[in-house]
Every structure is written in structure tokens, then in C-alpha cells.
Design a protein around this ligand. Sequence first.
Ligand code: KG4
Ligand code: ZN
Length: 337
Amino acid sequence: MMTLLAIETSCDETAAAVLRGYGEILSHTVFSQAEIHSKFGGVVPEVASRNHLQSAPWVIDEALKTAGVEVGELDTVAATNGPGLASALLVGSAVAKGIAIGAGKPFMAINHLEGHMLSPFFGRQDIPPHISLVVSGGHTLLFDVHGFGDYRLLGRTLDDAAGEAFDKVAKLLGLGYPGGVRIDRLARDGNANRFDFPRGMIDSGDYNFSFSGLKTAVRVFLEKHGTAEADLPDLCASFQAAILDVLLAKLFRALKESGHQSAAISGGVSANAALRSRAADRASKEGVVLHTAPPGLHTDNALMIAYAAAHHAAAGITSPFDEDIYPNFDPKRLQAS
Ligand code: KG4
Ligand code: ZN
């Protein structure tokens, strides 16, 4: 069985993991820089890269020590090479290449979004046909997946990503960064029907999304009415319901139109309690199997990169040592070559 080391540094998590086969977790280390960036109100790219540079050595060392694996015992070294912050991606890719070259092992460049997309199937060797909704801080994507390496993009956000909308609205509400999880918590005690916020593009007839109108609607509402502490739970619940209504409407329409029996939701926003319970309820009503990642694999981590790398290894795909990084999203880069 393959033993893989994976390194993830696309945004503000410095992460390393050692995986054996498709599901034996030997180690899984995530150092979140969120606290460092929170005083700036969001991720500052250069601060992120400098922190990756300082943290990657101990994060990787800890992952290898916890796994009880020597570099010489690894079959391959993988790193995220995009999409993400250019200077942050460079650190993880350079470190992974250095380890691979030093140890005489193959290097594997992995797409961050493929890592998220496959994470709901963690542990499995097969990727069933399904509709995949990826909702992260940087992306909102809907795919028709026919199997590993066969991903057809159905739609994407035309402006803000779902996680970005959570973070921006959290900032407007004075909840700080990162805001998604704080809105999630407050919304649990709120009335989602109290305020009526727009469901952008819900009837657009395509699979694209738009969340910037919703963010503006919240801002205009707050300018008019202010943020009374007592209204926070209802505001969070009402805003969250507007996002979830659109995500779920498009996901389930794609399931109906494709005829697929399985759905997967991944990315940081898939940690959201209301999204998970609403998606699960609707899936059971419509006779669809819903897959979500195990806890710890929703937000950025290196285990999902290692798991995607295991599929690449099985397909005989490695990357050259002069492989570049790709900061921008390009659906063509997701296809297995
Ligand atoms: O996948 P991820 O860790 O990073 C990217 O690839 O972008 O996603 C981070 C995003 C952030 O916008 C964060 O606010 C959001 O996921 N998020 C949540 C929750 N936990 C994280 N959004 C809503 N509810 C949550 N529980
Ligand atoms: Zn991510």
C-alpha cells in the first residue's frame, strides 16, 4: 500500500498529512493562521506566505513524527499547486519538491478543488457518479462528476463565493474573521423567516450563483436599522437561509436533471450545521445519497490533498519537478491528464 505525504499551503492553513492507502490516517496536522490574520480583518497574502515559510518545517516534521514514518519510507510527496494565493502556493510546492528530490521520490501537484471535491469519499477507492457542490471561501462550484478525473463544470459563482459572503456579512455584523462559523453558531438560535433577503439567481435557469446582491442587501439593511445585539441571531439565520436556499435549489435541480443518485458537498461552508441538516433532509426525501467529508476535512487540510494524490498515484499520474503553480481556477486543470 502507498504511503503519501501531502502539504497544503494555498491560503492561511499550513497543513501536512501522511496517508496510507485511501483511508489509513497516519497523521493530519493543521496550523491555522486565522488568529494572525484576524487583526487585519482577512487574509493578507504576504503575511500568509511568511507564516507558511516559518511553519511548514515544523508542521511537516510533526506530521512525519506522529506517523512514525521516515522520509525514505514515503512513496510520493504531494503539494497543492492551485488555486490559491500565489506566494502561499509557492512555499508548499517548493518544500514538497525539495523533500521529494532529497529523498529520490516522485512529486505530485494536486488541485486544491479536487482535494475538496473528493473529500466526501475519503477512505473509498471508487468515486461514484454524483453531483458535487464545492462551497469554500474562494469558490462556489457545481460539477457533474462521472468518476475520478472526470469532472464537468455545470456552474459557478459570478461574483462572491459562498464562504466569502459569510465572511463579509460577518464583518458587517461586527463578528470578526473568520465569520462563517460564527454566523453558523448564532443562526442556531435565530428565526430564519424574520428578515427577507434576496435569493440571487434562484430562478436563473442555469447553475450559476451570485451572492454579492445578498451582501449588499444586508449592508443596506444595517445602514437603515443598525445592528441591535438582540437581532443578531435572526439576522444570521435569515442571511444564512438565503444562501442555503439557492445552493440547495441548484444542487437538487442538477441531481434531477442528471439522474445521479448521489450528491457530495465539500469545502469550508460544508461544515455549516444548517446546510448539512437541510441537505440531509432533502436528500432522504428525494431518495438521494448525500456524501459529506468527515469532521476536520471540511475546511482546508492536507489529508484531502493526500487522498486525491492516492487516486492520482493509482492512475499512474505524477508531476514533473518543473511543475508550476496555478493561482487561478481553470476547470481544464481539474481533469486527470
Ligand atoms: O475550504 P476553506 O477552508 O478554504 C477555501 O478553500 O477557501 O473554506 C473557508 C470558508 C470561509 O469562508 C469560512 O467562513 C467558511 O469556509 N466556513 C463556514 C463554516 N466554517 C467555515 N461557513 C459557514 N458555516 C460554517 N460552519
Ligand atoms: Zn479550501
